[in-house]
Design a binder for this molecule. Structure first.
Ligand SMILES: C[S@@+](CC[C@H](N)C(=O)[O-])C[C@H]1O[C@@H](n2cnc3c(N)ncnc32)[C@H](O)[C@@H]1O
Length: 416
């Protein structure tokens, strides 16, 4: 092999679907490599007397065939590709020799120089596979390969590497859940669509910081400022989405949290569907779970709460427009998470106590969760209205009611 050492490897994409691949050894290396081989549709035979629990689970699920025995000469017959990764030097050597003899491309975990193939550091982003090999005059450097791979995949995902699609872009509107506010808490897909947008129509809540990063040609529209004249505000937003999409723009409707949690996302999707405009929905991290979490409150906790209920508090319990059964909620033992409830918390707390919840039930108000301005105010059902007003708690805030409020560690986890 020495005469080949400083030659670069020849990169290629193997199409292994339905083709026999043999993995010799069922340890950590196999565990790491098998998922990609399974995803490629290979006909995988594992030859190994033992396997890790995860590899065993793949065999139990029928994703690989496992022959529980040591390697034997002849195992590589009719094999297209082999991965040799046992801790038995003699077995590795013998399997490698068979691979050489049978012209089977073969990766070795114990001796890369003796192998006929190398596994690149790979990553995927939206249908693109990035595979990186470092080799040649400077030798193999798998850590450098992984670092290059990470930089490229991250850049593609967040749009900082501009790689325009040459096939037509997905036309229409993306309803993107932006998460609770911290710009790191948007999904990878949401961030990529944002980077590809021509027009972004954004809510007041959500990751506003991301808007600053958009290139100057992107038109950013504040949803709260769309003039609505003879229309309702929501109708005016729908019209703006439709108008820009019909003009052939890639439109992102950036919403706080998840588009379908009190986000009117489906109304927008329906309005687009009525106009025949394609709409992609990208889920987001809802403030209902993430904001309590950022303040050190788990919405469930073993032995404390086996359920959590997310409720809108935008209308008071005695308001005839209310669709909430407060009496039933008062009877539940689990966690109540209230959104849009700062103004009505007094009436809500009274209704819950009146219908049987203990006045001593712990309550936390978490304002502007996951942002630099996050703060938490603790109270009980009996004191929450007075505490919220005395502390000047303002929307946006999530209010958590239940024993989970008190289970956090003595030192709260990092708030953001
Ligand atoms: C119209 S709802 C939208 C909820 C959003 N779709 C979600 O899944 O988080 C707005 C309410 O969400 C809550 N909220 C959203 N972001 C928040 C944040 N960062 N901190 C506290 N509350 C937040 C507040 O209760 C706010 O009044």
């Amino acid at each position: 092999m020495a005469e080949h050492a400083d030659r670069p490897a020849y990169p290629v994409g193997l199409r292994l679907s339905g083709r026999r691949v043999v993995v010799v050894g069922g340890g950590q290396v196999a565990q790491r490599r098998l998922p990609a081989l399974i995803a490629a549709g290979a006909d995988i035979v594992l030859v190994s007397p033992s396997a890790t629990a995860s590899v065993e689970a793949m065999a139990d699920a029928g994703e690989i065939r496992w022959e529980r025995r040591p390697y034997a000469d002849g195992d590589l017959t009719d094999t297209w590709y082999a991965l040799i990764a046992t801790d038995d030097d003699a077995a590795n050597e013998a399997a490698s020799a068979e691979a050489e003899r049978t012209r089977t491309w073969c990766v070795r975990s114990d001796d890369a120089e003796a192998a006929t193939a190398w596994t690149p550091a790979t990553g995927r982003s939206e249908g693109v596979t990035v595979a990186v090999l470092t080799a040649g005059a400077h030798g193999r450097d798998p850590r450098h390969s992984a670092a290059v791979r990470d930089a490229i995949v991250e850049g593609l995902r967040d749009g900082s590497i501009a790689a325009p699609h040459h096939r037509t872009r997905t036309a229409g509107v993306a309803l993107v859940g932006g998460g609770p506010g911290d710009p790191d808490l948007i999904t990878v897909r949401g961030r990529r669509l944002l980077a590809e947008a021509d027009v972004v129509i954004a809510d007041r809540l959500g990751p506003r910081d991301l808007l600053d990063e958009l290139p100057p040609h992107v038109e950013v529209i504040d949803a709260a400022k769309i003039p609505y004249g003879r229309f309702m505000a929501q109708e005016a937003i729908n019209n703006a989405l439709i108008e820009h999409a019909k003009a052939g723009k890639a439109v992102v409707r950036l919403k706080g949290g998840d588009p379908f949690v009190f986000g009117r996302g489906m109304e927008e999707a329906q309005a687009l569907a009525a106009e025949g405009i394609p709409c992609t929905v990208v889920p987001g991290i809802s403030s209902s779970i993430s904001v309590p979490g950022a303040a050190g409150i788990p919405v469930t906790h073993r032995g404390v709460a086996h359920e959590f209920t997310v409720v809108s508090g935008h209308v008071a319990p005695d308001d005839e427009r209310s669709l909430v059964d407060w009496e039933a909620l008062a009877r539940l033992r689990g966690t109540l998470v209230l959104l849009m409830a700062v103004d009505k918390i007094g009436a809500i707390a009274r209704a819950l106590i009146e219908h049987g919840r203990s006045p001593e039930t712990p309550v936390a108000l978490v304002q502007e969760g996951t942002t630099a301005a996050q703060r938490r105010v603790d109270a009980t059902l009996a004191t929450v209205a007075e505490r919220a007003s005395a502390e000047g708690v303002r929307p946006p805030a999530v209010i958590v009611i239940g024993d989970v409020v008190a289970v956090g560690p003595a030192t709260a986890p990092t708030a953001r």
